[in-house]
Design a binder for this molecule. Structure first.
Ligand code: AMP
Ligand code: MN
Ligand code: MN
Ligand code: MN
Length: 323
């Protein structure tokens, strides 16, 4: 997404920055002199940055290794990227090193699985210290719960006559500790049970379907404490995807805010234009920072590609201004 971002103009004065030489080249082509000064009315500047703060690699349920995700983002002219693997930070180091090579701004990210009101909800953490001990210990605990759940999923699928799914799913998981429903879905497509991943979810591995296994993830409080304890900022991932009534959604946002949650993902690959508008309004009302991300998992398996997002609605405070 291309957005107006004040700090982008910092670079025009030649201040040191982690931002991209490609972006600088783009800016150099822009007419007219500009210099950073706090009194400038930046809202008049054209959109400058392509920001994507939500994507996955093989460190969780993405299809591409972290380094390739970053290279693809570079090819798609992304200026600022956060890799947000589920419950795992192991892709961050290689992603950052490629981002450095490309002079792309890279933000540490993670998508933490929590349980709220009986639903699986995802929280994004950004710009935290990746070596933080409680954060890493919390994520390790979620991962060990994943392996237990996966064994139970394999057993449930076996009961309906589809054997070998735990091993089959594991063969798709580059990071076995991060075994996920996506890996089961890919295996079930491979063996011809469904024609695509989406159909597997609908028919087998969502609540009410035979291969679904309920799981107690982290709590909202825990995930926020880990993110904040590591110096990070928390955002509700794709709030439009949860099966929450409007009052339940508000209760969730109230609780998130009450516990210090700072942001919501307004623009997501999985949000329609109506949802972008709705969550833009809610971000304003609650005073949340606004985030945006493709939720790219891999070619052919995602809503949209890296860096191909619609702009944030006007008047919101972009989360990256807080990084
Ligand atoms: P898990 O964390 O193992 O419960 O798996 C959740 C992941 O499955 C999400 O992060 C998505 O990548 C994927 N997923 C969830 N629902 C669907 C769906 N309806 N269609 C395709 N992928 C989905
Ligand atoms: Mn996923
Ligand atoms: Mn998610
Ligand atoms: Mn995601």
């Amino acid at each position: 997404m291309f957005i107006f971002a004040p700090f982008a103009s910092l670079r025009l004065c030649g201040e040191s920055s982690q931002l991209s030489s490609r972006t600088n080249a783009r800016e150099r082509r822009r007419p007219g002199p500009l210099c950073y000064h706090r009194q400038l009315d930046f809202s008049r500047l054209p959109a400058l940055l392509n920001v994507d703060l939500h994507c996955h690699s093989t460190a969780s349920d993405g299809l591409l290794p972290a380094a390739e995700v970053v290279r693809r983002a570079g090819a798609n002219a992304v200026d600022m990227l956060a890799l947000t693997d589920h419950d795992d930070l192991s892709g961050l180091a290689s992603a950052r090193s490629v981002a450095d090579e490309l002079a792309m701004r890279f933000i540490n990210g993670v998508e933490i699985s929590i349980e709220w009101g009986g639903l699986q909800v995802h929280l994004l953490g950004f710009a935290f210290a990746a070596d933080d001990v409680p954060l890493n210990a919390g994520l390790a605990a979620i991962r060990s719960g994943r392996v237990t759940r996966a064994r139970r999923m394999g057993a449930e699928l076996e009961k309906i006559g589809i054997g070998g799914c735990f091993d089959g799913a594991m063969r798709h998981a580059e990071n076995p500790n991060l075994i996920s429903r996506s890996h089961f879905a890919r295996h079930l497509v491979d063996i011809g049970v469904c024609r695509d991943v989406r159909s597997v979810f609908e028919s087998y591995i969502v609540p009410g379907r035979p291969g679904y296994v309920d799981h107690q993830w982290a709590t909202l409080e825990q995930a926020l404490a880990w993110i904040h304890g590591a110096g990070g900022i928390a955002a509700v991932a794709h709030p439009g995807r949860y099966k929450l009534s409007r009052p339940e959604l508000r209760r969730f946002l109230d609780e998130f805010k009450g516990l210090g949650g700072e942001a919501i993902e307004v623009v997501s690959g999985s949000h329609s234009a109506d949802k972008v508008a709705l969550f833009g309004r809610l971000a304003s009302e609650y005073g949340f920072l606004a985030s945006c991300g493709s939720d790219f998992h891999g070619p052919g398996e995602s809503y949209i590609d890296l860096g191909k997002l619609a702009p944030l609605p006007a008047g919101l405070e972009p989360i990256w201004e807080a990084f």
